[in-house]
Design a protein around this ligand. Structure first.
Ligand code: 13P
Ligand code: SF4
Length: 305
């Protein structure tokens, strides 16, 4: 049952011919009014297919909304709170990518979608947590500059013979770094449960898990698995979505404190404001957007193969 604020937002959305895209880490009340939810790749693909709507309210963090703006230069892409930034994306400035390219001429540049537009413009192709291995393997080059997440880089290295050179030193997600020994204890407590973790978790956590998946991969896995108990090693609102969609299954967060603070800056009040005032518009410099777009589109094309 929707509350009054949620109903108001749905009404405004209709009046403005707007659509709400929401990442899997958004709170339950936002999940309930989103037109589409997904992981970074699913949201990128959805953003590349928007035709009818005039406005997109993007409930996620900066790099996700920027990617939607890069793919839709003629649409109004709104973010409810301009402070909703991903600290990991800010760890790899474009200059650092340029310097690494000079140090490694001939290497292909694969950047995680968790980067800002200026850095994306320096990439040959992007990747997300759900397609990183496929993207790297699709390239002819044997040496790959890869960043910013060091744990995703380590994960990819385990599935390819190519040389993965990670940039920048120490690039990480503070939320996924929080996971430590709790998975080990949960394994003992729930021996029949399946443990799913995100590739941004440390390698030793990935090794303890049954599956290493993107958030979209977790949604499909839980839906299709015959098991009925799952331990989830990623941001805690992933559990909210999994519980909503799988009421007969038991979904346990590996760590309730694993909260992405900036994802939570988006609220129903701010979404309402965003629709009423048509703010805050996400703008990407045209030249940067043109360069970044080819790296995003190349990723989408390879992902669909
Ligand atoms: P997904 O693409 O798996 O949703 O991951 C995005 C992200 O920011 C994880 O922290
Ligand atoms: Fe960035 Fe980590 Fe938050 Fe994902 S969970 S948006 S990588 S800070």
């Amino acid at each position: 049952m929707l509350n009054d604020l949620q109903k108001e937002i749905l009404q405004l959305k209709e009046e403005k011919n707007a659509i709400i895209l929401a990442h899997n880490y958004q709170t339950g009340d936002i999940q309930e009014i989103a037109d589409y939810m997904g992981d970074s790749l699913e949201l990128c693909i959805k953003a590349s297919e928007i035709e009818e709507s005039d406005i997109v309210v993007f409930c996620g963090v900066d790099f996700m909304a920027e990617t939607a703006a890069i793919l839709n230069p003629d649409k109004k892409i709104l973010i409810p709170d301009t402070k909703a930034e991903c600290p990991m994306a800010a760890m790899l400035p474009a200059d650092e990518v340029k310097k690494a390219k000079m140090r490694h001429p001939g290497a292909a540049v694969v950047l995680y979608v968790n980067t800002l537009a200026e850095a994306k413009a320096e990439a040959d192709i992007l990747c997300t947590s759900s397609n990183a291995v496929k993207i790297v393997e699709s390239l002819k080059e044997d040496t790959i500059l890869f960043g910013p997440d060091m744990n995703l880089a380590a994960y990819v290295s385990g599935f390819t013979d190519k040389e993965i050179i990670h940039i920048p030193e120490g690039g990480h997600c503070y939320v996924h770094k929080m996971f430590t020994g709790e998975i080990f204890f949960l394994r003992e407590k729930y021996p029949d449960a399946e443990i799913l973790v995100h590739p941004e978790c440390n390698p030793e956590i990935q090794e303890m898990a049954d599956y290493v998946l993107s958030t979209g991969g977790m949604v499909s896995h839980v839906k299709e698995s015959p098991k009925d108990t799952f331990i989830i090693g990623t941001e805690v609102d992933m559990v909210t979505r999994l519980r909503r969609e799988n009421p007969d299954k038991t979904i346990i967060p590996a760590l309730s404190e694993a909260i992405c603070e900036t994802m939570k800056l988006n609220t129903l009040e701010k979404i309402k404001n965003s629709l009423i005032n048509e703010e805050f518009i996400v703008k990407v410099d045209e030249e940067i957007a043109d360069k970044a777009r080819s790296a995003v589109e190349r990723m989408i094309e390879v992902s669909k193969r």
